[in-house]
Design a protein around this ligand. Structure first.
Ligand code: COA
Length: 214
């Protein structure tokens, strides 16, 4: 029997999440929440309100919810709000992903199509391992970290909370990326990255841009 699920967000990442939940089966998407887009539909799913509607929807019996927002800090904060309102927060594992039976996947984490999660890897709550990303053995990804499409993380890599590893990047074995860091698209990370640092290039070096993770 399918259970009702709310999805928070109505943007590009929400579209990917809707399709992954449909592929995974077992859930009926009750609606999306995005105050700025109420009344719209996304892939046939109506936007039924904003974050303010969470307590009411919980009272009305919707018991499960999932945050589908690409910004890492916002995803972590909204995930904490869902937990505070008493929602069940499932992990989303696309049926075309491979997850080692010895891996641990946190609440609200998304492991998308063609992703690989290696043995004894731990994904924190609200992590995204995006389409086609490989996170090999013994990795530790902190809360709301995002490994973007097509990345390859070798063994024993750590990624701190809310950090982004940009699309198509590679990370050498044993490297530690700190919290709230950004690795630019297409980088090769061969040494540790401090907290709140943006790096990019091959090999990756500090950049002077303006972005924060997400
Ligand atoms: C690194 C990044 C965050 C920087 O964005 P930004 O803060 O807007 O910075 P800018 O584009 O102004 O670039 C700043 C400098 O860094 C350089 N730079 C930007 N991205 C780079 C990258 N991926 N690798 C190497 N250098 C990069 C720019 O050339 C520029 O150099 P300059 O000052 O010599 O001209 C962004 O370019 C990026 O790669 N984002 C990844 C996004 C992603 O993968 N998202 C996942 C979605 S699923």
């Amino acid at each position: 029997m399918s259970r009702d699920l709310l999805i928070i967000g109505a943007g590009g990442h929400a579209k990917v999440v809707i399709e992954a939940f449909r592929a995974a089966q077992g859930w009926r998407i009750a609606g999306l929440l995005d105050g700025a887009q109420a009344g719209r539909t996304v892939l046939g799913v109506p936007v039924i309100g904003g974050d303010d509607d969470l307590p009411r929807l919980r009272r009305e019996g919707v018991s499960a919810a999932f945050v589908a927002i690409g910004n890492n800090l916002a995803r972590e904060r909204l995930g904490a709000a869902l937990a505070a309102h008493g929602f069940v927060i499932p992990a989303l594992i696309h049926p075309a992903a491979f997850v080692s039976p010895a891996a641990r996947i946190g609440a609200g984490a998304a492991v998308l199509a063609r992703a690989v999660i290696g043995t004894e890897t731990v994904l924190g709550d609200f992590v995204i391992v995006n389409n086609g990303a490989v996170v090999d053995h013994d990795n530790l990804l902190g809360s709301a970290a995002h490994v973007a499409p097509g990345c390859a993380l070798a063994g024993n890599v750590q990624v701190g909370a809310r950090s982004l590893v940009g699309v198509g990047s590679a990370v050498r074995p044993g490297v530690r990326i700190g919290a709230d860091a950004v690795v630019g698209a297409g980088s090769a990370v061969v040494k540790d990255v401090p907290d709140r640092t943006m790096v990019g290039g091959v090999p990756a070096r500090p950049l002077r841009g303006k972005s924060v993770a997400g």
